[in-house]
Ligand binder design. Structure first.
Ligand SMILES: [Zn+2]
Length: 116
């Protein structure tokens, strides 16, 4: 199972930041040893989710380095949750553990169109 949120958290902790640079492009910056073949494979597997999340915020540094509105500390943690067919990304403050934001990506795979 791919886990976009875990991957973003892990890369962030290793000093790697990702940014969207085009309609379908991810750019990463960080120590070369932190971006090995296994990371690239994982990135490819959940690229669409990561692109969707990053489009909203611009980059992992912005997404995870945000200041908490409650305790004013920097640092966020993202958790991915599946509830039946619904897919959430919850952003928690790394300091006070409060839920700061819930993000539900567009469900491209869910059949919600008209019945022909
Ligand atoms: Zn906080």
């Amino acid at each position: 199972m791919t886990n976009a949120a875990a991957l973003l958290n892990e890369l962030h902790m290793q000093g790697v930041s990702l940014a969207v640079t085009g309609p379908d492009r991810l750019r990463f910056e960080g120590p070369p040893e932190a971006v090995g073949a296994s990371v690239l494979t994982a990135l490819r597997e959940c690229k669409r989710e990561i692109l969707t999340m990053l489009r909203k915020s611009g980059s992992t540094a912005k997404l995870l380095g945000r200041r908490c509105p409650l305790c004013r500390q920097h640092g966020m943690r993202i958790e991915e949750t599946w509830v039946s067919e619904l897919h959430y990304f919850d952003t928690f403050c790394a300091t006070c553990e409060e839920l700061v934001e819930v993000y539900i990506p567009a469900q491209a795979d869910v059949n919600c169109g008209q019945v022909a």
